[in-house]
Structure formats: structure tokens, C-alpha cells
Design a protein around this ligand. Structure first.
Ligand SMILES: [Fe+2]
Length: 110
């Protein structure tokens, strides 16, 4: 599936390495977004539920574009959580409350 780009193999490998990190970040962010979509609570539940659904679909498109770009330069796209967790810059944040309005108040210090 490699497309002839005129980019050397050394540079394609370096690009693929960076794209894998982006793919990992976007994939972990997508899972976090699905978590928010599924588990958000509060008076604005419906708006936030729909917002996170749209956000998740947009992330799907980005993830697909990054993975296909990796394939087009002759490299495989990683597709396992284990690999993503080793590459991502993101970390877990476990919260006990899922009420978006409580989080908003806490974020602004009131
Ligand atoms: Fe849903």
C-alpha cells in the first residue's frame, strides 16, 4: 500500500514513529471521550452526552487519517491499547463524580 512519495526510508521511518505517537494520543483521547459520553451526569446531561458523541466521531476520522498515512508511507499502524499506552503522552485521571456542573465549579475555584 506504499505510495511513492520521494521520501527516503530513514525519513519515512522517523515520520511513522511520530505518527504512531499521535495515533496513540488520539486513540487514548477517543477512549476518554467515550467515557465522558457514556458516564457524564448532571442537569446538562443531554447536551454534554451529544457533544462528546460528536467529538468522538471527529476523533475517529482523525485516527483513521493518521493510520492510513502510516500505511501509505510503508509502515504498519499500531492498533492495541498496550502499544498506545506505551506511546501516549496522556495519563489517566480517575474521578468519582461525573457531574459536569460540579467539575465546572471546581475548575473555576468556586
Ligand atoms: Fe452513544
Amino acid at each position: 500500500m506504499k505510495t511513492e512519495t520521494g521520501i527516503s526510508e530513514v525519513n519515512r521511518k522517523a515520520i511513522a514513529k511520530e505518527l504512531a505517537k499521535i495515533l496513540a494520543d488520539e486513540s487514548v483521547l477517543r477512549l476518554k471521550t467515550r467515557n465522558a459520553h457514556w458516564n457524564v451526569e448532571g442537569g446538562d446531561f443531554y447536551e454534554k452526552h451529544m457533544f462528546f458523541d460528536v467529538q468522538s466521531m471527529e476523533l475517529d476520522k482523525i485516527i483513521d487519517t493518521v493510520a492510513e498515512r502510516m500505511r501509505s508511507i510503508g509502515h504498519y499502524a499500531p492498533a492495541s491499547m498496550k502499544t498506545y499506552l506505551g506511546l501516549t503522552h496522556l495519563s489517566e485521571q480517575i474521578v468519582e463524580l461525573n457531574d459536569s456542573q460540579v467539575h465546572q465549579r471546581n475548575s473555576y475555584g468556586s
